[in-house]
Design a protein around this ligand. Structure first.
Ligand code: H79
Length: 438
């Protein structure tokens, strides 16, 4: 079941990445200056805000309520097992005391590094710790202006680029990644974001592996943290020299499990609670509890992980809507996590409105649409030894698979079909799970 065993890059080595498909569920955190603007982390790009005008967020950055112990507790209570925080997002602002820039939290009114407390707090709650590091940098003076840069429409953009040399920027990234991977203990994931080599704009090329010097960068990462899982957005060739560690579909769940050169690959979908990654005060597109649970179940049923994002407020807190969503996960995971941790796809075909996850001889039927009384499952007749709801371990009966018609109920059953008898009343669980023991 467990696709990680066949994943390129992990075969043959003592697998320091085996935790990943076990854990299945992580927290993404987008925190930076854009939390103050509170209208999407791409605000600087979208509104073409000049560096001078964006500076007000730097000058007012003071998350006085920042308490990563609280973040970590909420993540653990939601059932999350690992975490990835934006050490630097596209805006270029750094949450740690980097030697290589002044554009960092220690030079704001807040005046402190955020990452040391972050790694300690999450580790104390038993979570593995990762960093997101943006390849894109809208602040660095050597980052050439391109089609996704806030200054892309500046009349002097081409002229300004004459004094920008991306090789200096690539070196800056190596310096910063070295800080991140040597100064904070064991780091389990590094999430680079992102490449766009073909996105030319007004004569300004996009950026990819030649700009980031991706081969050198990943070599450095592997040397500093041999067990780290590296996100796949470095635009590296997908040949044997650079086995893909982690495919990263964003804001959608794939229809089928991703592959690379026909081989299964470790993968993780990332999603937002609200549509935006950074804190967005006025957004109306918060996912409801059914969507939140379905996203997790759909992902694990396909063999992937879910990295669900929270965008903390500029005070450094999770807002009430985020906490409510995390509590939805927590309540569900408290009783259903057995169908998630270490589980993966099933060989059996799930009926309409349901999904299967499986771990060994335990098959989990996720009832995403509550049916009326019966659910018919092909290929499982006579194969199940016992069935129960996962949330309360109450027995579930099934109809005699040998009867053509159940005389009491009048439901047609047939060879090879398992027909479960469910209560009319849906249990008070967002997406109830039946555990079938084979
Ligand atoms: O960090 C989060 C996002 O900010 C970042 N990745 C996640 C994890 C991300 N956002 N968008 N993308 C990655 C790809 C987006 C491309 C687009 Fe655009 C940005 C489409 C529309 C805006 C660039 C500018 C391409 C077209 C216009």
């Amino acid at each position: 079941m467990d696709s990680a065993h066949t994943i390129s890059g992990s075969a043959g080595v003592a697998d320091g990445k085996a935790w990943f498909p076990q854990d299945r569920f992580g927290m993404f955190i987008h925190f930076g200056l854009y939390a103050l603007a509170a209208r999407h982390e791409w605000v600087q790009h979208r509104e073409e805000i000049s560096p001078e005008n964006y500076r007000k967020y730097f000058e007012n950055f003071d998350p006085d309520l920042y308490d990563p112990k609280e973040w970590a507790r909420r993540a653990r209570e939601a059932g999350m097992k690992y975490v990835v925080l934006t050490a630097k997002h596209h805006e270029g602002f750094c949450l740690w005391d980097s030697k290589f820039t002044d554009y960092k939290a220690t030079n704001t009114p807040y005046g402190k590094d955020l990452l040391t407390a972050y790694v300690e707090a999450f580790r104390a709650e038993g979570l593995k710790v990762g960093f997101y590091y943006s390849l894109i940098d809208w602040h660095h003076p050597q980052f050439p202006i391109d089609g996704i840069h806030p200054l892309r429409n500046h009349p002097d953009a081409i002229e300004m680029n004459k004094s920008r040399d991306v090789r200096h920027y690539a070196e800056y990234m190596r310096n910063q990644v070295t800080e991140l991977l040597t100064g904070f203990g064991e780091i389990s994931v590094i999430w680079f974001d992102f490449s766009y080599p073909n996105r030319e704009y007004r004569g300004m090329p996009g950026k990819g592996r030649n700009d980031w010097e991706s081969e050198e960068l990943i070599g450095l990462v592997r040397k500093l943290q041999p067990n780290i899982i590296v996100g796949d957005r470095l635009d590296l060739p997908t040949d044997g020299n650079f086995p893909k560690d982690l495919a990263t579909p964003e804001q959608y769940t794939p229809r089928v499990a991703p592959t690379i050169n026909g081989q299964p690959v470790r993968w993780e979908v990332c999603h937002t609670l609200s549509g935006s990654w950074g804190y967005h005060r006025d957004e109306g597109t918060w996912k409801d509890e059914g969507q939140l649970i379905n996203i997790l179940v759909d992902t694990v049923a396909l063999g992937g992980n879910l990295l669900m994002n929270v965008g903390p407020t500029a005070r450094g807190t999770f807002d009430a809507r985020a906490n409510k969503a995390l509590a939805t996960y927590g309540e569900w995971m408290d009783v259903n996590s057995r169908s998630i941790y270490g589980a993966g796809p099933s060989e059996f075909k799930a009926p309409n409105g349901t999904k299967f996850t499986q771990k060994g001889n335990r098959l989990y039927l996720h009832l995403q649409n509550w049916p009326f009384r019966h659910v018919h499952i092909e290929g499982l007749g006579r194969k199940v030894k016992y069935a129960q709801f996962l949330h309360d371990a109450s027995e579930i009966h099934w109809l005699d698979p040998d009867a053509e018609v159940d005389s009491n109920i009048g439901v047609a059953v047939g060879d090879g079909i398992l027909t479960l008898e469910l209560p009319v009343l849906k249990p008070d669980v967002v997406s109830p799970v039946v555990e079938l023991i084979l």
